[in-house]
Design a protein around this ligand. Structure first.
Ligand code: PLP
Length: 765
């Protein structure tokens, strides 16, 4: 972005002034804005905007930004500007609002047409394809992916240049009330809505009326199908009304139905905007294949692969290069750019962009060439457009394991974290429990992600897990719930903070500290308020206080307890626990023990007893979209998809048996599929013989006979399937809740029981 704003122009925006109001207006320019100090690459004329995120306060990163060369800042808090003598500070009431004002101003100064793309499905694809169609004849910019709207929309608008004809901007549905703000800022010329599906999604978010408004001020809107929302008819083009026409456009493309539908929406949008039919038909034959998400998985030679063959443009490349930096930390970075062939100018530009991120190695790989750089122990960014060749390279890099995989969707996790962040008070700290391999999602990757998101604390069950976290570079404080005396030493050496639950344990821990000549080691005192698991007795509070006050080796960082039945079914029991904990807190507070964090609530506690949040909450399964609170279930997004592929298909006849112990006998001719998932993966034996099943092509297929260690047979008699087709064990069709009920257990046990050999893939959409 090259904004070319003079200081004087910037100072015209509402509420903006120099921090030091005595200085005269400086003859300088602002060309770019940035909000994340980790993304700084070219600091010259770049302004660092200190935003207040869900977890982080940008003002805490001024030093970092300054060290990276930033000399322009926008702040809304009191800053010691004396420390940064050669920098210029602007101040404002609300930095996000100023960013919006700047974007609105920029939008109004330029004449480009704004196209907003909203809806709950397929936005990104429609945006990309519309871009592809329009850019055959126009100068078009579009919003990069994975931006939330409050931030993404203004940043996207700021990319508009004088020559830009169209800006296509994706708008996510978020909170009720936000939508209107975003649309005021955008004032789109065209609004495209890809879908209202599922319909109740809109209703439950209270967005129905807000959505309607999005179509009133536009020149024209595009909707996929007729719907009952009462849109002003004369302003709307309905895609399905022109279906026949598109059928001929799309004749030559062999796209799956959902892709066809997105292509039709993009085509209608182009028509509505005024492109000629022939041009559109032609552009439709060359739509890029898009991988709609970024995948991270383990690669060969202990590498980690970020497969981002999403699109080729430079903007997205710089985004991916920064993402690689986050993930890599101190590990080596390798960039592989894969293409069938490439135009020389584009290659030069791409090379320049790659070099600016200074990776340890990079290579352009063209059709037929091999990987020449060493990827051992590196974090590899694989870029290119999605072609068969790119796919081959991606497969070569993949560590070949079991075909059964568990996908962890970090975008959904981010959404859920934000939900919990917003359900607790601003000052309440957030501790994330990552015990049991982060509920099966993978200890290290999830913890690194959570640290990056800015949570306050991590919690694990045993000190080995804590040590592993330290080795992977986690610097957050870590609470260890269950530390045995054998691991006191490693706990102390790795700055892990034990939960202390008995006098004998406390005594032994203090001895170890004395032996190691350590003082003031942080500990967390755990009280039993009714669950009857580990914990001091609530009657021992004063004795505990006396003991810790007499021991300089330890200091009490927190006092906590755990709820036995936070689901809220029988509130009276939990209320007793809540009260017992409040009494303990009172006693601590009256005994001058210094500042202590008090905490009691887990996921369901936050949902049902949020008044008892005290100073911190301990979030576990809720991060993964699971709660027993029915009214909140649909506010969370599912994080896990567990899937595999059909290994073999067989026909069996009446009287044939299936599996061990002949537990299934066919009473008619059937088709069965053998799938490579068994009880050693966590697909347990209780699911045998129709007690459970999987989904193939969105149809339920029940199990036949016993579940084997590594395999399961399922009924596919009524389906049209082939070997290699994908099989959903947990996902869109089969939720963890329903799986848990067929296994007669709870979601926790399913997640923590998915075995290690199931390949984990991390997705960021
Ligand atoms: C596991 C655990 C949590 C988190 O519980 P969820 O129900 O998964 O949110 C919180 N506190 C303690 C002490 C735990 O053991």
């Amino acid at each position: 972005m090259i904004l070319a704003y003079s200081h004087n122009q910037f100072l015209q925006l509402a509420d903006v002034s120099y921090y030091d109001s005595n200085i005269p207006i400086i003859d300088g320019v602002i060309d770019q804005v940035i909000y994340d100090s980790r993304l700084i690459t070219s600091p010259q004329n770049t302004m660092f905007i200190c935003l207040n995120g869900d977890f982080r306060d940008g003002h805490d990163y001024i030093n970092d930004a300054y060290e990276k060369g930033i000399r322009l800042f926008l702040v809304s808090k009191i800053i010691d500007i004396e420390k940064y003598k050669d920098a210029v500070f602007f101040k404002t009431e609300d930095t996000l609002k100023t960013l919006h004002d700047l974007a609105k101003n920029h939008r109004e100064k330029n004449n480009s047409k704004i196209i907003a793309v909203c809806g709950s499905l397929g936005k990104t694809m429609v945006k990309e394809w519309l871009y592809s169609i329009l850019s055959t004849e126009n100068n078009v910019v579009r919003s990069p992916k994975s931006y939330n709207s409050q931030l993404g929309v203004p940043l996207s608008l700021l990319q508009i240049k004088k020559a830009t004809d169209f800006a296509i901007i994706e708008v996510g549905i978020s909170k009720s009330g936000e939508m209107q703000k975003i649309f005021n800022l955008l004032s789109p010329d065209y609004t495209i809505c890809t879908s209202f599906y599922p319909e109740d999604d809109l209703l439950r978010k209270g967005l129905n009326d807000e959505f309607l408004k999005l179509f009133y001020n536009v020149k024209k809107g595009v909707l996929y199908s007729e719907c009952s929302h009462g849109f002003p008819d004369e302003k709307i083009d309905i895609v399905t009304r022109n279906e026949k026409e598109f059928a001929s456009f799309l004749k030559n493309t062999n796209k799956e139905p959902i892709l066809k539908r997105n292509a039709m929406i993009a085509a209608q949008a182009a028509l509505t905007i005024g492109l000629e039919k022939e041009k559109i038909a032609e552009a439709l034959t060359t739509l890029p294949n898009l991988a709609m998400r970024l995948e991270t998985y383990d690669g060969i030679n202990s590498s980690l692969i970020i497969n981002d063959t999403y699109n080729l443009d430079l903007n997205a490349l710089s985004h991916s290069l920064s993402y690689q930096k986050f993930i890599a930390g101190k590990r080596k970075r390798v960039v592989l750019f894969v293409a069938e062939s490439i135009d020389v100018d584009l290659q030069t530009a791409i090379e320049k962009e790659i070099k600016s991120a200074s990776p340890d190695a990079y290579q352009f790989i063209f059709e037929g060439e091999n990987i020449d750089v060493d990827v051992t122990n590196s974090v590899v960014l694989l870029k290119g457009s999605r072609t068969e060749f790119t796919n081959q390279i991606a497969q070569t890099l993949k560590q070949h394991t079991h075909t059964t995989s568990l996908e962890i969707n970090f975008s959904a996790l981010k959404h859920n974290l934000s939900f919990f962040r917003n359900s607790i008070n601003n000052k309440t700290k957030l501790l994330c429990m990552v015990k049991a391999q982060s509920y099966g999602s993978g200890l290290e990757k999830t913890a690194v992600f959570l640290q990056d998101q800015g949570v306050d604390y991590l919690g694990v069950a045993c000190s080995d897990e804590g040590v592993e976290l330290r080795k992977s570079g986690i610097t957050l404080p870590i609470l260890v719930l269950n530390v045995e005396p054998e691991s006191f030493r490693s706990c102390i050496l790795h700055k892990l903070e034990p939960a202390i639950y008995s006098f004998s344990q406390l005594d032994l821990f203090i001895r170890e500290l004395i032996y190691m000549k350590r003082g003031s080691h942080p500990i967390h005192i755990k009280f039993d308020t009714g669950m009857h698991r580990l914990g001091f007795d609530s009657n021992d509070v004063s004795k505990v206080i006396q003991m810790v006050q007499a021991q300089p080796e330890v200091y009490v960082k927190s006092v906590f307890s755990h709820l036995a039945d936070a689901s809220g079914v029988d509130k009276s029991f939990t209320n007793q626990q809540v009260q017992a904990f409040a009494n303990i807190k009172k006693e601590f507070l009256s005994s001058q023990t210094g500042s202590i964090l008090f905490h009691l609530l887990n996921t369901d506690g936050i949902m049902n007893f949020s008044e008892a949040q005290h100073d911190m909450v301990r979030l576990g399964i809720g991060m993964y979209g699971i709660t027993s609170s029915k009214k909140n279930q649909n506010k969370l997004e599912p994080v896990f998809t567990w899937q595999t592929k059909i290994s073999q298909i067989k026909k069996i006849k009446k009287g044939d048996v299936v599996g061990y112990s002949k537990e299934f006998v066919a009473d008619k001719q059937m088709t069965i599929a053998i799938i490579p998932v068994g009880y050693a993966d966590g697909f347990r034996r209780v699911l045998k013989n129709g007690a459970g099943g999987v989904f193939i092509n969105s149809k339920f297929c029940k199990t036949l006979g016993n579940i084997c260690m590594d395999m399961t047979m399922v009924d596919v008699s009524d389906l049209n399937v082939k070997e290699g087709d994908s099989v959903e064990i947990i996902g869109k069709n089969q939720s963890i809740y329903s799986m848990a009920s067929s296994m007669n257990t709870i979601p926790y046990e399913i997640l923590t029981g998915i075995s290690k050999r199931v390949h984990r893939i991390y997705i960021d959409e």
